[in-house]
Design a protein around this ligand. Structure first.
Ligand code: SF4
Length: 458
């Protein structure tokens, strides 16, 4: 890229869905010949991709915009926070971002690559010679080279009362099967060894398209989660890679995927955001699949695929949650033996309808319940990790200084990056064995430490 090409600074905040939006914008910037900069000072303008999910994330996003304005002066804002209206109300009041930072050049909502690019073109004209050939087929990735997120849809048809995502991202729009699989293949061909499938509601893939038949490699393929998993499993197998599913709601049709997990075509790992277990709380939350018998479903999954690892997130202290409802949640956690459970104390996100429900709990009580929840979650998780001692596991290496001769850090199928534990790798058994980032090794598990395992590569 020539030294004279205009330079755009980029800050990416928020969840993996926001990260994939950042990747699309960075890919487009690179395709058009812009350089990118990690500092505010060296850039001709700065793009901030924001998060608007909980109040702490809103504050972090607003602070980052303020910093970028102070250091650079030319700032374009995109992402979930960009879709939030101003609090001073009224038609034409603009967005919250403009209210707090009136000097920003432009504001867009999430998933708005073209609008962001239009704003960039207005303020820093496009270089004359596009460097399309210099952009890797897999696009620009913000993750390490060996793993990548694959977004299969945008938006959500549900209206959970604690969530404002549908008001920011709209209803479900599934990407065509051919596009999704084309991107997956390009990622595997570029060296990705672990593909993380993300969306707001992965089980609902294709519902908006009435599961229409798409095309992939000249063959008809239904736009549906099962068919997507089959095809991804084949692609991953051909490249010796992993496929991991996130944000899967426990609808009955998810059972169909379990045999693909049992046979190793996709990882036996399911990230299922249960959020609660008591039917009345789930109803107040308006959760998808709230009528499902989740304990029975988990049992059936384990019968089909005994090695399955289940990760989930929960909310403690939802408005109106009684002590008995909370105890019910703790019992569920013990009985369901969720391998990896995270918990948020209920946070009254501005604009969420749950804030109008009666029975709001004081912040200290919400936090106290979160702490009680995590104590049980850790007990369950620690007991499960202890059972792994003595096992041999496939580990994807994330870090291996000095070729791993003094050890390194990796993850097994049970650990998604960033959110789960790791496998701390001791120096390999044989002095001649080396470890490389982005490659797999076998390891014998010798200990468990908190959320992590310790293994000896062999
Ligand atoms: S399923 Fe519920 S929590 Fe998830 S994005 Fe949709 S409305 Fe929000």
């Amino acid at each position: 890229m020539p030294e004279t090409a205009p330079t755009v600074g980029f800050v990416s905040l928020g969840c993996p869905k926001a990260l994939t939006d950042s990747e699309l914008i960075l890919t487009q910037l690179a395709a058009e010949g812009y350089r990118t900069s990690k500092t505010y000072e060296g850039a001709d303008l700065v793009i901030v991709n924001t998060c608007g999910f909980i109040d702490a994330a809103v504050q972090e996003s607003l602070d980052t915009i303020g910093e970028a304005l102070a250091a650079n002066g030319k700032v374009i804002v995109t992402g979930c926070l960009g879709a939030k209206p101003a609090t001073d109300g009224g038609e034409g009041a603009g967005t919250l971002v403009q209210q707090v930072h009136p000097k920003v050049l432009a504001v867009t909502g999430p998933h708005a690559t073209q609008e962001v690019m239009d704003a960039v073109h207005r303020h820093v004209p496009k270089p004359h010679d596009p460097f399309v050939d210099l952009v890797p087929a897999a696009g620009i990735k913000l993750t390490p080279r060996h793993y990548a997120y694959l977004k299969i849809s945008e938006g959500c048809n549900h209206r959970c009362t604690f969530c404002i995502i549908p008001s920011m991202r709209g209803d479900l729009v599934s990407r065509p099967m051919g596009d999704v699989l084309g991107e997956a293949r390009a990622l595997f061909e570029s060296g990705v060894k672990e593909l993380l499938v993300v969306s707001q509601d992965t089980s609902a893939y294709g519902v908006d398209l009435k599961y229409r038949t798409g095309f992939w490699d000249g063959k008809p393929v239904k736009t549906r989660l099962f068919e997507l998993c089959e095809q991804l499993g084949d692609l991953a197998e051909a490249h010796g890679a992993w496929v991991r599913l996130h944000y899967v709601y426990p609808y009955p049709h998810v059972d169909e995927i379990l045999p693909l997990m049992a046979s190793g075509r996709i990882l036996p790992y399911l990230d299922v955001p249960f959020q609660h277990a008591h039917p009345d709380v789930l109803r107040r939350m308006k959760r998808p699949a709230s009528g499902e018998r989740n304990l029975e479903r988990l049992q059936r999954w384990r019968e089909i695929c005994p090695q399955i690892v289940v990760r989930s997130t929960f909310i403690a202290g939802f408005p109106g949650e009684t002590e008995a409802e909370f105890e019910h949640l703790l019992d569920f956690l013990r009985e369901a033996r969720i391998d990896r459970a995270g918990c948020f104390a209920y946070s009254p996100v501005e604009g969420a309808t749950a804030n109008d429900l009666p029975g709001a709990l004081p912040a200290e009580e919400r936090e106290a319940r979160r702490v009680r929840f995590m104590a049980v979650a850790e007990e369950v998780s620690a007991a499960k990790l202890q059972q792994r001692i003595g096992a041999e596991m496939q580990v994807l290496v994330d870090s291996a200084p000095a070729l791993g001769r003094r050890g390194g850090v990796g993850r097994s199928y049970a650990d998604a990056p960033e959110i789960d534990g790791t496998v701390r790798l001791l120096p390999p058994e044989k002095a001649s064995k080396t470890l490389k980032v982005g490659e797999f090794t076998r390891a014998r598990i010798v200990a468990a430490e908190g959320h992590d395992l310790v293994g000896v590569p062999f």
